[in-house]
Every structure is written in C-alpha cells, then in structure tokens.
Design a binder for this molecule. Structure first.
Ligand SMILES: Nc1ncnc2c1ncn2[C@@H]1O[C@H](COP(=O)(O)OP(=O)(O)OP(=O)(O)O)[C@@H](O)[C@H]1O
Ligand SMILES: [Mg+2]
Length: 273
C-alpha cells in the first residue's frame, strides 16, 4: 500500500498555497500562533489559528542565509519585520512573539537574534526537520528537509528524536548543475528549473538527487528507518519522489502536497509544551 500523508496537513498546505503573499484583510482571529522559517532561499512567516489552520502566509525570496548560516544579518531582520507588518495588517493583530528554527547542528542563537532584533520574543525554537517530525507525530522514521542550501535530517525512534544532521546540499546545487550543463547564468538556471520542461531538466539533474539520496542513506544507515518523510522546496521538483523511491530501495517514501510550505507550517505549529 502506498503510504499516505495526513489529509489535514495537506489541506493546510493547500490553504497556504491559496493565501501565500495575499494581503487582503481577513477576520481577526481569537487566538493565533506565528512561525518564522529563516531559510537559505527564502524567509517564510505563517500565522495559524489555535487549531493549526493557516490564516496568513508571507514568503520573501532572500539570499541572506548561505549553507545554513545567516550571512546578511540585517537583511534577514528587515525581511522579518516586513513579513510581520504584512501579517499584522492582514489580520489586524499585534505580533509580539514567534516560534523559529535553525538547521540541525548549527548555532540556534543566530535565528533567535534575528527575531529579537526584529522586535519579537522567541516563544520556542526547534531544528527544522524535527519540527516536521512533531507536526506529523511520527513514531518511527525520518524526516529529510531538502531546502535551498542545506538538507536537514531527523531520525525518530519511539516518538523520540534520536539523531539529527545537516548537510550542505540542496536546491542551489541543482541550479548550479543545470547552469553548468546548459552554460547559462545561475539566475537563468533557477528560472529554468522552476518553469522549464521537467523531463529534459530531470535528465540533467537526476545525478544530484541520486547524490542527495546517498547522503540521506549514509545518515539513516543502521538506525532502523523504514519510512522517510520528505519536506523542503527542492522536493517540489516533478518526479523527485520517483528518484528517491528508486535510490532508497525498500523504504516508504512519503511526500506532502506542497513540500515548500511544510517546514514553515511545522514551525508555526510547534508547541513548546
Ligand atoms: N517546483 C520546484 N522545483 C524544483 N525546486 C524548487 C521548486 N520550488 C522550489 N524549489 C527550490 O526549493 C528551494 C527552496 O526551498 P525551501 O524554502 O525549503 O528552502 P530554505 O528553507 O530557504 O533553505 P534551507 O532549508 O536550505 O535553509 C530553492 O532552491 C528552490 O529553487
Ligand atoms: Mg528550510
């Protein structure tokens, strides 16, 4: 049987896809939670109601983080402030605190400091793949978050996170491979990757997905992982799941409806309790 992803979470991801960067005003919520994902490719802010349903979502593409490290600190702070203002205006609320995240194995203080400099209190902080493990209430398995610059891995056994890791591979490396193969600029290759003919592009970039699968394999080896939940924007590439299935033979490979929004949703939904 094909493993399925929880319907309710897919519904939330569809809702985010509908409302992302939509600043039309919406009813004032009774209660809400805010999550901010400081990624290498983009910064995403999501507001949910107290049941985890998305109310507002704002995403800004950014090059302020590289290989998991915040490079342009003030650039990140400015983006966070802008996203907060947009969400406050949309929902007519005052956002004073948020949950945020960091790549496994890196210094979580960087993300905390960005939020504090943007005038927010940090309610909770969690590493990115582990936030997804919490949201999905995984009992046994792994989460693999393939973002722009990094791939985060979290292994769960008996509902406990037993291992996390971060590798410097992601969508950026796919774009670089495409740029090299086609002899085009990075920007052009990024555009092509997102909107070009997927079958032709897949032929060029499959080796990068295969290499990513090898990296994942090396981390989960010996950890009794049978199910892998994938997240992160890079997993949006059509057919990425098929490559993972081929390469990670014998594993159940599970992808959400829209992998780009799953990690930010998980951060917003993370309850420190
Ligand atoms: N349809 C798509 N096909 C291929 N790649 C995609 C698609 N949509 C988004 N991406 C890629 O996803 C990446 C961004 O994903 P995501 O937002 O998860 O990264 P991030 O959180 O900013 O980075 P990181 O987790 O490494 O810090 C970019 O490299 C982007 O090119
Ligand atoms: Mg990310």
């Amino acid at each position: 049987m094909m493993p399925v992803f929880p319907d309710i979470i897919n519904d939330h991801l569809k809702a985010i896809e509908r409302i992302v960067n939509n600043d039309e005003t919406a009813p004032v919520p009774k209660g809400f939670q805010v999550g901010i994902d400081l990624g290498t490719a983009d910064i995403v802010l999501i507001v949910t109601d107290t049941n985890g349903r998305p109310l507002a979502a704002f995403l800004e593409w950014a090059e302020v983080v590289r290989d998991g490290i915040v490079l342009d600190y003030w650039g990140a702070v400015e983006i966070v402030k802008r996203l907060v203002t947009k969400a406050e205006q949309k929902l007519n609320i005052k956002i004073e605190s948020a949950v945020t995240s960091y790549p496994p194995g890196t210094d979580s203080r960087t993300s905390k400091n960005v939020l504090i400099a943007a005038g927010l209190q940090v309610e909770a902080i969690i590493d990115e793949p582990s936030s997804v493990a919490h949201l999905l209430q995984i009992e046994n398995g792994a989460v693999v978050d393939i973002g722009g610059g990094t791939t985060g891995i979290s292994v769960v056994q008996d509902k406990k996170i037993v291992y996390t890791a971060d590798e410097a591979t992601g969508g950026r490396h796919i774009t670089l491979t495409l740029a090299g193969n086609r002899k085009i600029s990075y920007e052009h290759a990024e555009e092509l990757k997102l909107n070009g003919p997927a079958d032709e592009i897949r032929a060029v970039i499959s080796p990068v997905f295969q290499k990513m699968s090898d990296i994942v394999q090396s981390h989960i080896k010996g950890r009794n992982v049978k199910k892998i939940y994938f997240t992160g924007g890079t997993c949006c590439f059509p057919g990425a799941d098929r490559i993972f299935k081929e390469e990670l033979d014998g594993m159940e490979i599970i992808l959400p409806y829209h992998p780009l929004y799953l990690t930010p949703l998980a951060i917003a939904s993370y309850n420190k309790g």
